[in-house]
Design a protein around this ligand. Structure first.
Ligand SMILES: *Cc1c(COP(=O)(O)O)cnc(C)c1O
Length: 232
């Protein structure tokens, strides 16, 4: 398990890199939110993260999110859900998630809306877009997003606030084209859908590139906590 000292150092490195690459393109690093991806990490690691000042956590599995949020309640943590959504598990996600990054099917949105309604909550979500066209990747095709947004307008307890993507795992500089695509899509949608502002893009491998290309949310696990043992 990582030590607090190592984590503190990693955290400083990541924040520093975000700042450097933001400034390189004339951005302010305050516009960029760091989501610490804690999937598969034990509660002890989340406690270390809290000790070094990390308060925004991203989880991939619904029950894991629910369980961790229960143990760590009332600590001011902001939880994000970034994993594949199973409709029958939405009920574990909506009560705790500030933002759901990974919506791409109307059935998911309908269920999120239903659960949110019961909780008298407006659930913030992002739409996952498959900009690379990789078959193994989830998400809407870019040309489907506009129609999806029109369809989605009937769900009154969800608010779609931006787009998310995962770039292929390739040489970082090669991911730039995909981040450019997501940003261009957002900019194109903005006039008709003014709520679409966030760009969740950038992971350990490629966050410096994503920041240069306009990312507003980066999702980082390995660079903070080290390699995950579990491949989940
Ligand atoms: C695991 C995961 C991350 C973090 O990946 P790292 O390479 O460890 O930074 C980010 N986003 C999603 C959707 C993930 O599943």
């Amino acid at each position: 398990m990582i030590t607090e000292e190592e984590l503190r150092k990693n955290y400083e490195t990541v924040l520093n890199n975000i700042r450097i690459h933001a400034e390189k393109v004339g951005r302010n690093c305050d516009e960029i939110k760091l989501v610490a991806v804690t999937k598969t990490q034990p509660i002890e690691v989340l406690n270390l993260a809290l000790n070094v000042g990390i308060k925004v956590f991203g989880e991939n599995y619904a029950q894991e999110l629910r369980d961790k949020a229960k143990v760590l309640q009332n600590l001011g943590i902001e939880w994000h859900f970034i994993g594949r959504i199973q409709t029958n598990k939405v009920k574990y996600i909506v009560p705790v998630a500030k933002l759901i990054h990974s919506v791409y099917r109307l059935e998911e949105l309908e269920e999120i809306d239903k659960v949110a309604k019961k909780l008298d909550k407006t659930q913030l979500v992002l739409l996952e877009v498959n900009v690379s066209g990789e078959e193994t990747k989830a998400g809407l095709q870019p040309e489907q997003v506009r129609n999806f947004l029109i369809e989605a307008s009937k769900y009154t307890n969800v608010k779609i606030v931006g787009l998310m993507t995962m770039a292929p795992y390739i040489e970082p500089e090669m991911t730039r084209v995909y981040f450019k695509k997501l940003r261009a899509l957002r900019d194109e949608l903005k006039s008709d859908f003014p709520d679409i502002v966030e760009l969740s893009m950038g992971m350990t491998n490629d966050y410096t590139v994503a920041v240069e290309e306009g990312s507003t949310i980066v999702r980082i696990g390995t660079a903070l906590f080290g390699e995950r043992k579990s491949k989940r």
